[in-house]
Structures are given as C-alpha cells and as structure tokens.
Design a protein around this ligand. Structure first.
Ligand SMILES: Cc1ncc(C[n+]2csc(CCOP(=O)(O)OP(=O)(O)O)c2C)c(N)n1
Ligand SMILES: [Mg+2]
Length: 332
C-alpha cells in the first residue's frame, strides 16, 4: 500500500481527496437545499461514484474537454467547475453557470473544457467524438472524454459515435460509469453481457475494466487511455464498475435494489476507502484530512450563500442566453 502511493506527490493525493470530498458534500448539500426549497426540479446525485468522476478528470489536462450526463455534478467539479456557480445554476439563479436557464442537467463552461452536461442519455458521446475529430484535424494534442452510464451503451448514439471514433482513430476516451442500473432497470435486464467494455472490440479499439470505486486505479487507467489518444493511437472504452448510493433521482423509492446489494457496496464506499488509504500510508494524519474537509464545508457554505443571494432571471430575458452563451461568455 505504501509503495503504491509513493509514486504520487503529497499535493496530488491531497487534491484528489479534497475533490472527492467536495463532490460528496456538494451532492449532500444540494439534496438538503432542495428539501429546503432553494433548489427546484430534479437532482440525480452521484453519491457513490466520486472516485470515477475525480479519477478520470484528474488524468486530463486543463485544455482537454469532457461531455457529461444527467448525473454530472462530479464530472464538472472534477474538471474544475466552481461550486458557487454550480449551486446557483441548480437554484435557477441568474448568477449560475448558464444564467439560471439550464439547471442541474445542463451545466457547461467552455473555458474549463466542459462541453455540457446532457439530459439526453448518450447525448454527450457524439459531441465528444466530434470534438476529438476537431482536435485531430487541428493536429492538436488535446483529447476529449465522454462520461456516460451503462444505460447509454444501449443507445444508438453510443454505437454510431464509437464506430467513427474507431474508424478514424480519434483522440477520445469513452468513459462508462457502470452503476448497475439505468433508472430502475438492472444492468442484467438491459444488456446480454455483464462487461460492457467488450463492446469496444467490435469498433476496433481496446475496452478496459476498472474498479470505479478506486480513485487511483481510475486515474491510472484513464491516464494510459489519454496517452494512447495523444499519441494518435485512437480511442479507449473504459468501463468503471461502480454503484450509486442514492436513488436515480431524489425521491426515487428504489424498490428495485437487490437484497444485500447496497450493504455490500457500502463496504467499498470510495470516499472513506481513500481516506483510510491515505491514513494507512502514513502520508497524512487525521488533523491534515480534517483541515481539507473543513475547507470543503466552508466553500460549500459560501456557494449556498452565493446562490441564495442572486435573483432569478428576469422574465423579459427568457429568450436571451438560451443558446450559444455560457457563463464564460463563449459563443458558438
Ligand atoms: C434518450 C433518452 N432516453 C431515455 C431517457 C430517460 N432517462 C433518463 S436517465 C435514464 C437512465 C440512464 O441510465 P444510465 O445511462 O445507466 O445512467 P445513470 O442514471 O445510471 O447514471 C433514462 C432512461 C432520457 N433522458 N434520454
Ligand atoms: Mg447506470
């Protein structure tokens, strides 16, 4: 264990852990603020999937791009999304990333390489592949990474995009978070194979499976896929096996869970597991981790206050800023 962590700097390990805590606590705070009335509409939280979101985004450069999903808060925070603009967007306020027009499912910030969360299952995959085609045509070393779920692998968008990505050896990483369910449908009732990474073979590129609850394993796997992509060797499909600890959406009665399943995955909760690894390695002590955790709480307190302080968009502005503009002011 000690040797395994030794290859990573103190700063890097701390930043991974802080980001995982930020994702977990952002989600819990958003759920609380939804109950309290600050946040309207649906929230699809990624509690349980923090290692995938943070490990994958940590392997990217700042100028690389991602596409995200309806369960995208972790992806966005991983890529550098600011909690206050995200919280304001969730609260439908004019100070949010998309000026309060998008909400939880549609956050984007082109300055950070976040090409958008997406309410359409599989919708981000062709967008990432398109971005990768642009990078290839520009002879750039940038790569694109598409996040999507196990359900999205059964969509035509996945197959069409994967085919072209393979055919043209595009610099793209297809990152599947297999959390075993698409809404309430278990994975074994939506696809005839358990290992979705196998899908890559028919499109001519590698598919790899990784423990999606192990942040360092995810990081190393995506890092290797990114190196391949930058070297012009084409795409990789990464299947991260993980589990979501909350409902498909907040309020989901979750009657579909298999007996004992939640309890067994809880034993592998990625945030306390990584915390314990850091302590066991002797590189961090309780006090140091507490400081990081308190810093996250303070940042989230500020984010909630920032969101609550801003007005809703003016009704008269309903048609402005709805297409082509983001918080960063970028226009198509
Ligand atoms: C094209 C499309 N079909 C159906 C839906 C409804 N829907 C929203 S989320 C979801 C499940 C997606 O499952 P998965 O891809 O595994 O992602 P997860 O929710 O598990 O993160 C479905 C069917 C949708 N939003 N878009
Ligand atoms: Mg799923």
């Amino acid at each position: 264990m000690i040797d395994e962590l030794r290859q990573y700097s103190q700063e890097f390990l701390a930043s991974l852990y802080r980001r995982m805590v930020l994702v977990r606590e952002f989600e819990l705070r958003a759920i609380e603020e939804r109950r309290g009335g600050l946040i309207p509409g649906f929230i699809h939280s990624c509690v349980g999937q923090e290692a995938s979101a943070v490990g994958a985004t940590a392997a990217l450069r700042e100028d690389d791009v991602i596409t995200s999903t309806h369960r995208g808060h972790g992806h966005l925070l991983g890529k550098g999304g600011a909690p206050q603009y995200m919280m304001a967007e969730l609260a439908a306020r004019s100070s949010g990333y998309c000026l309060g027009r998008g909400g939880s499912l549609h956050i984007s910030d082109f300055d950070l390489g976040i090409l958008g969360a997406n309410g359409i299952v599989g919708g981000g995959i062709p967008i990432a592949v398109g971005a990768a085609l642009a990078f290839q045509m520009q002879h750039s070393s940038r790569v694109a990474l598409a996040f999507f779920g196990d359900g999205a692998v059964n969509e035509g968008a996945f197959h069409e995009a994967a085919n072209l990505a393979g055919l043209w050896a595009l610099p793209v990483i297809l990152f599947c978070e297999n959390n075993l369910y698409g809404e309430g449908t278990p994975q074994d009732r939506q696809a005839p194979i358990a290992d979705l990474a196998k899908r890559a073979e028919s499109y001519g590129f590698p598919g790899v499976i990784v423990d999606g609850n192990d942040v360092l394993a995810v990081y190393a796997t995506v890092k290797a896929a990114v190196s391949r992509a930058r070297a012009g060797e084409g795409p990789t499909l990464v299947e991260a096996k993980t589990y979501r600890f909350r409902g498909h959406y907040e309020g989901d009665p979750q009657v579909y869970r298999k007996p004992g399943e939640m309890e067994s995955w809880r034993q592998r909760d990625p945030v306390p597991a990584f915390r314990q690894r850091l302590l066991t390695s002797g590189r961090f002590d309780e006090a140091a981790l507490k400081v990081l955790e308190q810093g996250v709480q303070a940042e989230l307190d500020e984010a909630v206050a920032f969101a609550a302080a801003a007005p809703y968009p003016e009704v008269g502005e309903a048609l402005s800023g709805v297409y082509g503009e983001t918080h960063g002011g970028l226009v198509f």
